[in-house]
Design a protein around this ligand. Structure first.
Ligand code: NAP
Length: 245
């Protein structure tokens, strides 16, 4: 049996998470693909990743729910027996609107899905990273812009992820667990449809210094770099993958 490193990517049924899972598989990682509702898409990502000859598992869990996260890590451990890399990628946004129209239910759903999930998954991951490991959080350029009139709840959740990265990196350094973060900018994924504007990247791309939107694979390679031994002296750090914005 091969002793490949193992990576868990949350929210890997599509978009940046899917590209990241495939990137890790291409680089010889056994991977665990987490998703919440879209089993069919998760299966397709798993099939692509399997082409690289690594072990691939799919685990459904709503990562904002404590019991589901605990069950996911229990299953992961029973299959792989260890964990080397956690990518806290799962995230959502809701239709664009100003704060004045936001319900408490919406705000809480965004915050728990985008923030609580990273806390819970990191907590369980640390228990399996006995010989050290690496956690990469996926924040957003929105943490810096605040996304006024669109989704300040989402932007604030990403600000929390930035702060979480800084604190957790210091907390886990003595365990030889590095914690870093990527902040994507305008990336072509289906997330923008969830915000009610499928063509948002094309509307805004000309305002970026590079003048174009990003591809999920361009975020995946930054995530992989931070997780890999190429970044062995890097913790509590951020890479903006945002076309220069
Ligand atoms: P996406 O295409 O909407 O994909 C989101 C993924 O998260 C899906 O696989 C979805 O799985 C999963 N997910 C959602 N809620 C979940 C939950 N409660 N539990 C488990 N999985 C859940 O998003 P994306 O654009 O790839 O974004 C990925 C990350 O990058 C997010 O954190 C996002 O905030 C960040 N980001 C994206 C952009 C961008 O321009 N796209 C920019 C900055 C930051 P199911 O479909 O199965 O629910």
């Amino acid at each position: 049996m091969k002793n490949n490193p193992v990576a868990l990517i949350t929210g890997a049924s599509r978009g940046i998470g899917a590209a990241t899972a495939i990137h890790f598989a291409r680089n010889g990682y056994d991977i665990c693909i987490n998703y919440n509702v879209d089993h069919q898409s998760a299966k397709q990502v798993a099939q692509q990743a399997s082409n690289y000859g690594v072990c691939v598992e799919i685990i459904q869990a709503n990562v904002s729910q404590d019991s589901e996260v605990v069950a996911m890590f229990k299953k992961l451990y029973s299959i792989f027996g260890k964990l080397d890399v956690l990518v806290n990628n799962a995230g959502i946004l809701k239709p664009q609107m100003p704060l004045l129209k936001m319900s408490a239910e919406r705000i809480n759903t965004v915050l728990t899905t985008n923030i609580t999930s990273a806390f819970l998954c990191s907590r369980e991951a640390v228990k399996l990273m006995l010989a050290g490991g690496s956690i990469v959080n996926v924040s957003s350029g929105a943490a810096k812009t605040g996304s006024p009139h669109e989704y300040i709840d989402y932007a604030a959740s990403k600000g929390a992820i930035d702060t979480f990265t800084i604190g957790l990196a210091k907390e886990l350094a003595a365990r030889n667990i590095r914690v870093n973060c990527v902040r994507p900018g305008l990336i072509y994924t289906d997330m923008h449809s969830d915000g009610g504007e499928p063509n948002r990247v094309d509307r805004l791309k000309h305002g970026l210094p590079l003048g174009r939107g990003g591809k999920p694979e361009e975020v995946a390679s930054a995530i992989y770099f931070l997780a890999s031994s190429a970044a062995s002296f890097t913790t509590g750090s951020f890479i903006d993958v945002a076309g220069g914005s």
